[in-house]
Design a binder for this molecule. Structure first.
Ligand code: DAH
Length: 339
């Protein structure tokens, strides 16, 4: 028995010494000490040993086992150390490399455009106000001179909460809130989200943003409107920008107009960007309709005003030459970080 144990020990020590990697050490462990290992089978055959010899043989088995385990452990530690050293050598760190920067957020093109518009009008003495997105039909339509059966209501079909409450289709509703406050004169812009039951495409979305403007004071004329909006256009699109007012119709202004700016790509000659027109439409405007003032308790014989409404996305798309509005809503950082 003793020779057998010696033989097992010799064999194990030899195998351990010759092991070249961690995996083969494990194989040695299994073949000798494992459940079906050689040393284990010696233990199993103890019943063949005479009872009086059993303690001695048991002790010998344990000694051999301890010795093999010790050697396995030493070899394992050595292997691990070697591996670590190799890894460290392969992974030399260049401490002069620049650190990885944390991802920092970025202003959305809509926000950039809005902040610029706000800056321009604040510079002209305007106040920035906000109105509710969930709005009474009265503020969104009725008080803006759009009675129940007016065709303009069809053009701006929206989401009805109930018969009297809608998601606002235009920031023009904030005009009414400001007029009702009766604090005159008024010089305000009101940016915010609006809703329409439009299908999504490159130029439409069921939610988008507008910036409303309203000025009410004594002796305001169309010249004030023109001067103000011309200045606005030059600030946004460049000093050489020309503006053109085309007669239009809005129920809450009279007279009403749409304002075009000369194409800032081609300077007005006509190009792909302005679809050969030389002009790009950017907003609606007009002199506040006397009915609108009257309905909110302001005497139209004493006060006059002008108003305008501009699509925020439209400005952002033009300014940054983005050709699909949907990109503004997808929050793809590859897109957003370009601005
Ligand atoms: N609310 C209009 C729209 O959504 C835009 C507009 C036109 C606003 C003329 C105005 C205005 O204040 O005077 O189409």
């Amino acid at each position: 028995m003793k020779e057998k144990l010696e033989a097992i020990k010799e064999k194990a020590l030899e195998q351990i010494k010759n092991s070249q990697q961690l995996e083969s050490l494990n194989e040695v462990r299994i073949s000798i000490l494992g459940k079906k290992g050689e040393l284990t089978s010696v233990l199993k055959s103890m019943k063949e040993v005479a009872p009086e010899d059993r303690p001695k043989v048991g002790q010998m088995v344990n000694e051999v086992r301890a010795e093999i385990e010790k050697l396995l452990e030493e070899k394992k530690v050595a292997f691990e150390k070697k591996l670590r050293e190799e890894k460290m050598k392969a992974e030399t760190i260049d401490v002069t490399l620049p650190a990885k920067k944390p991802m920092v957020g970025h202003r959305h093109p809509n926000t950039i455009a809005l902040e610029e518009i706000e800056r321009i009008f604040i510079g002209m003495g305007y106040e920035v106000v906000e109105g509710p997105e969930v709005e009474y039909d009265y503020y969104n339509f009725e008080a803006l001179n759009i009675p129940a059966n007016h065709p303009a209501k069809d053009e701006q079909d929206t989401f009805y909460i109930n018969k009297d409450i809608v998601l606002r289709t235009q920031t023009s509703s904030t005009q009414v809130h400001e007029l009702e406050k009766g604090r005159l004169p008024i010089r305000m812009i009101a940016p915010g989200r609006v809703y329409r039951s439009d299908e999504v495409d490159a130029t439409h979305s069921p939610t988008f943003h507008q910036v409303e403007g309203l000025v009410v004071d004594k002796n305001i004329t169309f010249a004030d409107l023109k001067g103000t909006l011309q200045e606005f256009a030059k600030e946004v699109f460049g000093e050489d920008t020309k503006v053109k007012f085309r007669p239009h119709h809005f129920p809450f202004t009279e007279p009403s107009a749409e304002m075009d700016v000369s194409c800032f790509k081609c300077g007005g000659k006509g190009c792909r960007f302005c679809k050969g027109e030389g002009w790009i439409e950017i907003l609606g405007c007009g002199m506040v309709h006397p009915h609108v003032l009257e309905m909110s308790g302001i005497d139209p014989n004493e006060y006059v005003g002008f108003a305008f409404g501009v699509g925020l996305e439209r400005i952002a798309l033009l300014k940054y030459e983005i050709d699909d509005m949907r990109l503004l809503y997808e929050n793809d950082t590859r897109f957003l970080k370009q601005f």
